[in-house]
Design a protein around this ligand. Structure first.
Ligand code: NDP
Length: 250
């Protein structure tokens, strides 16, 4: 059994905070070198200070698609070949569906889906040439069942799950695996904004979680390490819920 990521290089989008930061922590603990990206340089600097020598950062906005080739070229020449890509960066907005503007809908789809495809294509072309690699998408319960007031987010995460299946078919012959981790309610800034610190909403979310408590970012980090490791070497095209039972039913 090999759950280690020694000598592996991982690119984690949105790794300066929340779930992405915890993924970086867990991957480093498993032996990997990580490159984290995001738009806020101060958040990335602070994160790298906490993560230590095995973490590097590059300021990058994933929605600027024409810069993604440069991002990957920069990492591969300065640090080394990317063995693991974690598409974690994402945004959300809670608003009644009929009040969502086209601009708002497109902004969320662009960040959570278009950018995921574009970055994955750039990285996967290189992985396919090397006949090895591992791609993990951070999906959501919003891809498993209906949630009110998140039409764009929900559509984007359904799209991500579709990408996992389609890409795993295309890339499996080259020994590149593609999987998703689907978090339930995880305590981060995104969850706080979605709940608006409203105790009624928090209680409703807890009622829908059979284990009766919210997840921590490291719960997602540990699942990502597993899927990225050789312990999962025969797993591709899968979506792993990490949700305290939230997706079982309620
Ligand atoms: P946070 O809002 O805490 O963190 C999001 C991260 O994404 C930030 O580091 C942010 O950095 C980065 N990011 C956002 N937009 C961009 C962009 N355009 N380019 C580069 N980086 C970007 O959210 P979470 O940690 O909670 O969420 C991480 C992932 O987990 C998301 O995909 C989310 O959909 C998913 N998820 C979260 C759940 C939860 O309960 N928390 C539940 C289900 C899924 P910066 O602002 O510096 O760019």
């Amino acid at each position: 059994m090999n759950f280690r990521l020694d000598n592996k290089i991982a690119l984690i989008t949105g790794g300066g905070s929340g779930i992405g930061f915890a993924i970086a922590q867990c991957m480093i603990e498993a032996g990997a070198t990580v490159v984290i990206t995001g738009r806020r340089e101060h958040a990335l600097q602070e994160a790298v200070q906490q993560l230590g020598d095995k973490a590097k950062y590059v300021v990058n906005d994933v929605t600027v698609l024409e810069q993604l080739e440069n991002l990957v070229e920069h990492i591969e020449t300065q640090i080394g070949a990317i063995d693991i890509l974690v598409n974690n960066a994402g945004i959300n907005m809670k608003k009644p569906a009929l009040e969502v503007t086209d601009e708002e809908f497109q902004r969320i789809i662009h960040t959570n889906l278009n950018a995921v495809f574009s970055l994955t294509r750039v990285v996967a072309q290189r992985m396919v040439a090397r006949k090895s690699g591992n791609i993990i998408m951070i999906s959501s319960m919003a891809a498993y069942y209906g949630i009110d007031r998140v039409p764009a987010y929900s559509a984007s995460k359904h799209g991500v799950e579709g990408l996992v299946k389609a890409l795993s078919m295309d890339l499996s012959p080259s020994q590149v695996r593609v999987n998703a981790v689907a978090p339930g309610f995880i305590e981060t800034a995104m969850m706080q904004t979605a709940m608006n610190s409203d105790p009624a909403r928090m209680n409703k979310a807890l009622d829908r979680t059979p284990m009766g408590f919210f997840g921590k970012p490291e719960d997602i980090g540990m699942a990502v390490v597993f899927l990225a490791s050789d312990a999962a070497k025969y797993i591709t095209g899968a979506s792993l819920p990490v949700d305290g039972g939230n997706s079982i039913g309620f």
